[in-house]
Design a protein around this ligand. Structure first.
Ligand SMILES: Nc1ncnc2c1ncn2[C@@H]1O[C@H](COP(=O)(O)OP(=O)(O)OP(=O)(O)O)[C@@H](O)[C@H]1O
Length: 613
């Protein structure tokens, strides 16, 4: 009696804890997960079928225990000589066939259940990943500066996976458990109320303990996960920086650091393993207690004549075992819902981020290429650096303008503002005499062929890297622009020529080759405005000359901006802008600027004398 009181009290307190954990933030939790409702709505038919199948599968599962009971009763009747041997054998066979039939049907519907509900969770995962990725694509550069790449990756992979567990397994096991509870528990109480009470007593304890353990497991596995990303970031950096490591003979130092990290990782994994190890023993223990209750209390009741057959004891043992997993699932599902809520909250945070740069018009605004800066000032929000200070200039359509100035003087910033990667703080930028904000952003970006300072090439073939500028371009066009960018000969020297794969899976291009492939990519786009950001810095002066001549021909009616540190790249431009500390200190043609004292003339003299040496 004392033991029962103890178990009842334990159940009460544990249920209180679970109730507190579940009920306190329920509205908040559901608020975050509401985002998934649209997907549940989208797949409602499949979900409803899945739920129906789950119920059917469980109902078939219920057949077995009562027929086991009946089979045992047949044997009892035969022992008591109530029925003949042949009749008993017949009945036994009949019952066994029913059990086998029900088990097959239950198995079949369980298979269908997974095929429907788990598939729905995979569809939701697919949709959510696409939604997050598409949203990432819409967001402006400042978002990527604020958030670490690892975080972006985590939310689209690990967090979406946590949410998937809620959209699939949690629903599936939830329904399964509910069906079993609704059907089984009343059935048990109808058949033998006292026995039912004893059999079910330890189960809430099991449920709450599994919940507590799942939470600890999750906490520790998050630590392990986070640690693994640190470890992989470290190894990845060691691989990409392998040439520096070797050149400075840093191998022993790196090895020691990795060993220390690996040791730390081992300890964290051991911590996780320890708590994982509690899972099955606890289940076995509590189910064992339930079984012992059933056998002991059932046996006494049978002896006292309170239950009619031994079969009921066998039936109840089967019920208890049938309830084991669903009861444990209550705890597990609770922790899944909590994790899904936390993950969805993190996903929602990003989904609610609005792109800082948006198109204010949907109507088409074709671009010709006149650019005007009027008293433009611009400060980067994150660093608070004023990159441009009251800049004004005009570039007519088809003109070539060079921007020259010391490092950090704001040259690249001008190009970024023309592509509207950022919005300015004061002043105005006009493209074709229209404020840049009034242009259709898509039209603006389509009209620009930008070659950034750090040429970025994808791990793909050279051909596809160039075609990136114009997806439907032909191979002939690719070759033509590669020739103009003076990189064709280099490409033909590779064994696989234009099909040479770049990056991690393939060869590494030299800095100058990368720049020229990047130029070819801009040329194939055939845009109205070219933005070349110091993209000839890694080529020799002779090749630079050739490329500039080609570009001159190519960009005759296009507006072209060339950022450079070399006067050789600038001297043939229609106009040269000279920047210093974000201010425009000189502007004019080469001859004009070379005829007055100033930064440009000094630079020209310096570079000329270096060349002569
Ligand atoms: N994305 C950014 N976020 C914050 N600050 C930036 C960013 N880009 C540039 N800056 C800062 O703005 C200033 C101007 O940079 P910008 O890249 O325009 O100079 P630059 O003249 O092109 O230099 P370089 O010749 O070295 O490429 C620098 O002080 C730089 O540190």
């Amino acid at each position: 009696m004392a033991f029962i009181t103890f178990v009842l009290a334990a159940n009460y307190y544990l249920c209180q804890i679970a109730f507190y954990n579940l009920s306190f933030p329920v509205s908040d939790r559901m608020k975050e997960l509401k985002h998934l409702n649209k997907y549940f709505k989208k797949y409602r038919f499949k979900l409803l079928v899945g739920i129906f199948i789950t119920i059917v599968a469980r109902v078939f599962q219920l057949v077995m225990p009562s027929y086991v009971k009946k089979s045992i009763e047949v044997v009892e009747d035969f022992i008591k000589n109530d029925i003949l041997q042949a009749e008993a054998k017949d009945l036994l066979l009949q019952y066994i066939l029913i059990i086998v039939g029900a088990a097959i049907l239950s198995g079949f519907f369980t298979f269908l259940m997974r095929q429907t509900i788990i598939n729905v969770s995979r569809y939701i995962e697919y949709d959510l990943k696409n939604e997050v990725f598409e949203h990432y694509q819409r967001l402006s550069l400042d978002f990527y500066k604020k958030n670490r790449t690892g975080d972006l990756m985590n939310r689209i992979s690990e967090d979406v996976n946590q949410v998937r567990l809620y959209g699939g397994p949690a629903i599936m096991y939830g329904i399964q458990t509910l069906t079993l509870f609704v059907c089984l528990i009343p059935l048990m109480f109808i058949k033998a109320p006292t026995l039912a009470l004893y059999a079910l007593l330890p189960l809430p304890v099991l449920s709450v303990l599994i919940y507590v353990i799942s939470k600890i497991i999750h906490h520790r596995s998050t630590i392990v996960q986070e640690f693994l990303s640190t470890l992989s970031a470290f190894t990845q950096e060691s691989f990409s920086g392998v040439s520096v490591i070797k050149a400075y003979a840093l191998e022993p130092k790196i090895n020691a650091e990795l060993k220390a990290l690996a040791n730390e990782g081992k300890d964290k994994s051991m911590n996780l393993a320890k708590v994982n190890a509690w899972f099955s023993p606890l289940m076995i223990l509590l189910i064992g207690i339930s079984n012992i209750f059933v056998i002991y209390v059932g046996g006494q009741q049978y002896i006292n004549g309170e239950i009619e057959s031994v079969g009921i004891i066998a039936e109840f043992i089967l019920y208890v075992n049938m309830l084991t997993w669903p009861v444990a699932v209550v705890g597990w599902v609770t922790s899944i819902v909590q994790r899904a809520e936390a993950s969805q909250k993190r996903i929602n945070q990003f989904l609610q981020e609005e792109p800082a740069i948006v198109s204010h018009t949907a109507k088409e605004t074709p671009i010709k290429g006149k650019i005007e800066f009027k008293n433009v000032s611009f400060t980067y929000q994150d660093t608070n650096i004023t990159a441009l200070n009251n800049i004004s200039f005009t570039i007519n359509q088809g003109e070539t303008v060079a921007i020259i100035g010391k490092t950090g003087s704001g040259k690249s910033t001008i190009l970024d503002l023309i592509a509207r990667l950022y919005d300015i703080n004061s002043g105005a930028i006009f493209i074709d005499d229209l404020p840049i904000q009034d242009l259709n952003l898509k039209n603006l970006r389509q009209a620009i062929g930008a070659v950034p300072q750090d040429a970025f090439l994808f791990s793909d073939t050279i051909k596809n890297n160039i075609k990136f500028g114009k997806e439907n371009s032909t191979d002939e066009e690719v070759v033509a622009v590669a020739k103009k960018a003076v990189v064709h000969k280099n490409i033909m020297d590779f064994t696989k020529k234009y099909d040479t794969v770049l990056g991690e899976r393939g060869i590494t291009l030299s800095g100058g080759q990368k720049q020229r492939v990047s130029i070819a990519r801009a040329l194939i786009k055939n845009p109205q405005i070219y933005l070349f950001d110091d993209c000839l810095s890694a080529v020799d002066t002779e090749t630079e000359e050739q490329i500039l001549n080609q570009l001159k021909k190519e960009s005759q009616d296009k507006t072209t901006l060339i950022v450079s540190h070399r006067v050789s790249s600038a001297k043939n431009a229609d106009k040269i802008l000279v920047l210093e500390n974000g201010k425009l200190i000189q502007q004019g043609s080469h001859d004009q600027l070379n005829s007055v004292q100033g930064y440009y003339k000094e630079l020209y003299k310096n570079q000329l004398s270096k060349k002569e040496k």
